[in-house]
Design a protein around this ligand. Structure first.
Ligand code: FEO
Ligand code: CA
Ligand code: CA
Ligand code: CA
Length: 719
């Protein structure tokens, strides 16, 4: 018997699991805000310096011979909001599809057939689904990283999730309570990462180089090594490796990062829901284990996609059942600890396909969105910024113990071992006075000890595996779903998307850093903070390893016609209004790219990407929104924030990278047509001759895809 199975959308963030009692901003509002003037008083007076740094001018007056770089300015015609089933880009720009779901990575794998006939195993050589975070690495003729090469490169990209409705010959099925093995394995293999070589074409577009031996799929079944604090600890013991040094695969890879030593970082986000662990397992767990499992949301009665049902003996499937099978037996006899093997930052060397990826456990375990490294300086630690995307979760940073040495720029995973296995993890507290603090998450520090009331922290392994609980304990600030971080290449200021939070104002009272609680005016998305905002901070003395910072809100996302007193407080217009910012990246010139993953403004427009030339922390003022004090940057204008792209129907725009010559920008279109199914296809993108033309073939299944955008005149993107 075959039955239709509803598509389980693990892409959506999980129910918030942060029920900790640590302080909300509302409790510290009494703090007098006047101190802000002292902290930031000099900033507005230094507007000229700010401009200097933004334009690339030297702000040091003793350097008269520095050539004046042209002012960074957006130079494209803004794209209008729309609901078309196409990718819309500015006049004078071209779009091409480079790498879509099911596309072959070699010459022996067949082309996508649009009928679900591709085998599960073939996805080890095909593009996975739900393209997300992505980086371009220039590829030299010697097969090594060539940071300034633009015509040939390796694209590394994440396959976050699946739209299972379009993967099989028919709808996903259950037969006698079991997922068919072929279906489950295909869905598993459609997750993970792609490394794909691409070559520039004569017209400026790019195409996959199918004969390149560096082409590679990494899936949830690829062997991985654990490194850092949790490696070889009891938390990672499974039937697969009793020594807890190895695990399998990476899962729900959302945003990304890239290192100054030429490796790719992929980040494991909503992994918890894939595991089956019904409440009957609770009585078999210690109180510490239960605290951990519940804080991370490992509480599904079936596991998303029910992969564990596919076999009773093949551990490619049984591993998705995190239930203790026999309480009398040890953890190396089942997969009770398998959820602990996910939730990490994973480092991949794209230029060496035989190396196992390394899970960098020192950076903490949570629903990782991205991992962005501040520009490195010789003699200074390497600093990583990371968001934990769920309602009321936190922002983290990791500061390496070792300081940067230029010789490590070609170090690959060995450099990763040096800078990512040993260091200190911190979590952010945003104060009501516009300052903030980084709270250290180290065993034995800040109460992270065995008799801690929240969790018995007995080692640094216990801290990193339970980073959320450690962060609860030290009193971090509960944010509106921290998504991507981005560091301005010239000012060093850090930007963070807070995509939305339906529980702001209820479970999570408003505070200075998450100040809005309102009702979406057309009622599409309810209350709280439906449209999100982008916060930013400047580290003390501009040192990324600093323990303190000052912050403000760069922009509050909103619909253009929303109430300007409490919703559209950044005064956005038709040229730059947006909802639910998620993807965020500064290109090397300092252009900020903002991508949306929205469900609140989708009655008016599909998701989009905007470009911005930003100001600086403190260029605005203290303000009050509906009774809540906050700090807001100078409002963006149509000149310095404008829409660059609108995607096809029901997609999310996520993942962005460029060639070093700034003449090609790659963007991922994730889950077009995600609300449809085989009997009701709602998007046919991208299977059309021209991805900017509405498809006449209404039977084409929608596919996530990487696109490249370039200019007809061959000049740089966006300026
Ligand atoms: Fe996968 Fe938080 O977006
Ligand atoms: Ca995202
Ligand atoms: Ca998102
Ligand atoms: Ca709306």
């Amino acid at each position: 018997m075959t039955q239709q199975r509803p598509y389980i959308d693990t892409h959506q963030e999980q129910d918030d699991t942060n029920h900790s009692n640590n302080a909300h901003f509302s409790e510290v509002l009494q703090v007098r805000l006047s101190r802000r003037k002292t902290v930031l008083g000099g900033v507005s007076a230094t507007a000229a310096l700010m401009l200097g740094s933004l334009t690339g001018c030297s702000s040091s007056s003793d350097d008269d011979v520095t050539p004046v770089a042209p002012e960074l300015k957006l130079g494209f015609t803004p794209v209008a909001k729309n609901l078309n089933d196409v990718v819309t880009v500015p006049t004078g720009y071209e779009v091409a599809v480079v790498y879509a779901l099911g596309d072959a990575l070699n010459t022996t794998t067949s082309a996508w057939a649009n009928d679900g006939s591709e085998s599960a195993e073939s996805y080890e050589f095909r593009a996975g689904d739900h393209h997300d975070g992505m980086s371009f690495f220039g590829l030299g003729s010697d097969g090594k990283w060539s940071p300034n090469t633009s015509d040939k490169g390796l694209l590394c990209l994440n396959h976050e999730n699946i739209t299972s409705a379009f993967l099989h010959t028919a709808a996903p099925s259950m037969v006698d309570g079991k997922r068919p093995i072929d279906e489950a394995l295909k869905e598993i293999n459609c997750h993970g990462v792609s490394v794909v070589a691409i070559n520039r074409q004569t017209n400026g577009s790019f195409a996959v180089d199918k004969v390149n031996t560096l082409n590679r799929r990494i899936t949830p079944n690829t062997v991985m090594e654990f490194h850092g604090a949790a490696a070889a600890s009891r938390f990672l013991v499974t039937k697969y490796d009793a020594k807890a040094k190895k695990g399998r695969g990476t899962l729900n890879n959302c945003a990304n990062g890239y290192t100054p030593w030429g490796t790719y970082l992929t980040c494991e986000e909503n992994w918890a829901g894939y595991f089956k662990r019904p409440s009957t397992d609770d009585s078999l767990r210690s109180s510490a284990e239960l605290a951990s499992l519940k804080r991370y949301g490992v509480t599904s009665s079936t596991g998303a996609n029910s992969w564990s049902t596919a076999s009773d003996s093949d551990d490619r499937f049984t591993r998705w059942n995190a239930t203790i099978l026999d309480a009398a037996k040890t953890a190396d006899t089942d997969f009770r600890n398998e959820p602990n093997t996910f939730g990490w930052i994973v480092e991949i060397d794209p230029f060496n396909s035989s190396n196992a990826p390394r899970k960098r456990t020192a950076l903490g375990r949570f629903a990782h969105e991205g991992c962005v490294i501040a520009p490195v300086k010789v003699g200074k630690p390497v600093v990583f910024y990371m968001g934990d995307d769920s309602r009321g979760e936190y922002v983290y940073k990791f500061v390496s113990a070792k300081v940067w040495e230029a010789a490590d720029a070609t170090g690959g995973l060995t450099a990763g071992d040096k800078y990512m296995n040993d260091g200190k993890l911190y979590v952010a507290k945003f104060n009501a006075d516009g300052t903030g603090k980084w709270l250290e998450l180290s065993f034995g520090v800040n109460g992270l000890v065995a008799d801690n009331a929240i969790y018995p922290f007995t080692s640094q392994a216990a801290v990193v595996v339970n980073a959320r609980l450690a962060a609860d304990s030290v009193g971090a600030t509960k944010m509106d779903r921290p998504e991507w971080t981005a560091v301005h290449p010239k000012t060093g200021e850090v930007y963070l998307t807070l995509t939305n939070n339906s529980n702001r104002g209820t479970s999570y009272p408003v505070d200075a850093a998450n100040p809005r609680n309102y009702t979406d005016e057309d009622g599409k998305k309810g209350k709280g903070n439906p449209n999100g905002h982008i916060i930013r901070w400047k580290e003390k003395d501009s040192e990324h390893s600093a323990a303190a910072f000052t912050w403000d809100v760069y922009v509050f996302a909103a619909e253009e016609d929303a109430d300007k007193s409490k919703i559209n407080v950044s005064n956005l217009t038709s040229v730059n209004d947006m909802s639910s910012p998620d993807g965020l990246w500064f290109d090397p010139r300092g252009v900020l790219w903002i991508q949306t993953d929205d469900g609140a403004y989708t009655d008016v427009t599909n998701c989009m990407m905007l470009a911005a030339v930003t100001g600086k922390v403190g260029d605005g003022a203290k303000t009050t929104i509906d009774g809540q004090d906050t700090f807001k940057g100078k409002n963006p204008t149509e000149e310095n924030l404008r829409r660059f792209l609108v995607g096809p129907k029901e997609c999310e725009i996520t993942g962005v990278t460029m060639t070093p010559d700034n003449k090609a920008i790659f963007v991922n279109i994730q889950h077009p047509g995600e609300d449809g199914n085989l009997t009701s296809i709602s998007s046919n993108w991208p299977d059309v001759a021209n991805p900017t033309v509405v498809n006449a073939n209404k039977t084409a299944r929608p596919r996530s895809a990487t696109i490249v955008i370039y200019r007809k005149d061959g000049k740089e993107i966006a300026v």
